[in-house]
Write a protein that binds this ligand. Sequence first.
Ligand SMILES: *Cc1c(COP(=O)(O)O)cnc(C)c1O
Length: 419
Amino acid sequence: MSAAELLAFDREHLWHPYTSMTDPAPTRLVTGAAGSRICLDGVGEVVDGMASWWSAIHGYRHPVLDEAVRGQLDRVAHVMFGGLTHEPAVELARRLIDLAPEGLDRVFLADSGSVSVEVAMKMALQYQRGAGRPGRNRFLTVRGGYHGDTFDCMSVCDPDGGMHAMWSGVLPEQVFGERPPGLGGDVAAWAAGFRALAAEHADRLAGLIVEPLLQGAGGMHPYPAECLVVFREVADEHGLVLVFDEIATGFGRTGTLFAAEAAGVVPDVLCVGKALTGGYLSLAAALCTAEVARGLSAGDSGVLMHGPTFMGNPLACAVASASLELLSTGGWAADVRRINTGLQALHGIDALDVRVLGAVGVVQLDHPVDVVEATEAGLAEGVWLRPFRDLIYTMPPYVCSDEDVAAICAGIAAAADAG
Ligand SMILES: *Cc1c(COP(=O)(O)O)cnc(C)c1O
C-alpha cells in the first residue's frame, strides 16, 4: 500500500487514542525511527519531544535493546505464567527489587500501566479484607491526577479531566483532596486540608493513591517533595495502603530514579510502566512490601485475584532488563540534568506558566491549544509534539543531544505561538 492508501485505510478503520471515528483528527505515517528521531512520511526526520508518551528513554533502535529482543526471540517469545516461570521474568524482578525503594520486594508483572494500577488497588482492597475491614473499599487521592483509562483507574483520575460527571453511576466514588500546591507553594495549608479530609473519611478508606512529585497526564503539575511525607503520614495514621503510581515518573524522569526518593518516602505499593521496557513493549509492574503481600493473603481467597494472559511476557521482560541494565550505568542522571539545563530556555516563552522539572518541560497557555495548528508549527521546526488541553510540553528521550533540546524548545515556542 502507498502512504496515501495506508492513511486512508487508517482514517476509515482505526481508532487512535482519544479520537473520533466519525471525525478523526489528522495522523502522520511513521516510516522509521532511530535515536532521538522519528521519520514521518512527507515531513522527514524530526526530533521526538514526546519519547512515545514518555517511554522511549534510550531512544529508538537502541542496539542493546534490539539485541535483547532478538536474543529472547531465539529462545521463546511467550509462554503462559500460570504454573510456569522463566529467566527473563526472574531476572527482571531481581533488578526491579534492587532498584526500587527498600522493602518493595514482591512483584506483580502486568501488561499495561492501567492494569498495574488495577492490581495495586486490588492489593489495597484485599489487604483491608485480610485485616477484617471489608468496609474499607474507597480510595483517597488528590485532584489533578491521572492513573489510566480502565474504570477503577478512571475513578481516581481527576474528576473533571476524567469526566466523572459523564460516568456517574458507573464509576466507584472516591475521595478527592485538593491538588498539592505547585513548586514553592504553601504546603502547610494544603496539608492541613488533606489531613482533615483523610480523618473525616478514614473508616471507609482502603488506600491512598497518588502520582508522586509530578502529576502527568492530569495536567503536568510538579509539586513539592514535602507533600510525599504528608501522604506517608496520613496513610500511617489511618491504616491506608499507600500506592505511588510512578508509571510516568519512574526511571529517572524527574531527576531521581524514582520520584519517591526525592523525599525518602517508601510507599506500600509502587506501580511502574511506560519507560520500563525503554518503550519497546507493553509491560508494567506493581511492587509491594512483604507486609502487604502477607496481609492480602489473609483474606477469604488467600490469593491475589489477578492473572493476565500475557503476564510476564518473556520478550517484554528481556527488553525491560536490558533497559534497566542501561540505567544501572548511571549515565541517565547526567543526561536528565543536561536536558533540564537546556529546557530552562522555555522560561523565555511568553505564557501563563512555564514549569521545568528533571527532563520535563511544560508551557501552559491561557487558552486551550489548537492541537492541529500547534503540531504543524512544531513539525515546521523539526519537532514532534503532542499538546493537550492548554499544555504544550516535552518529555524527550534521555539520549537527545543539546541541539535536539534546543530544537524542542524552539518547536514548543513556535507551537505556543501558533496554537
Ligand atoms: C500512562 C499512565 C498510566 C496508564 O498506563 P497505560 O500503560 O497507558 O495503561 C497510569 N498512570 C500514570 C501516572 C500514567 O502516566
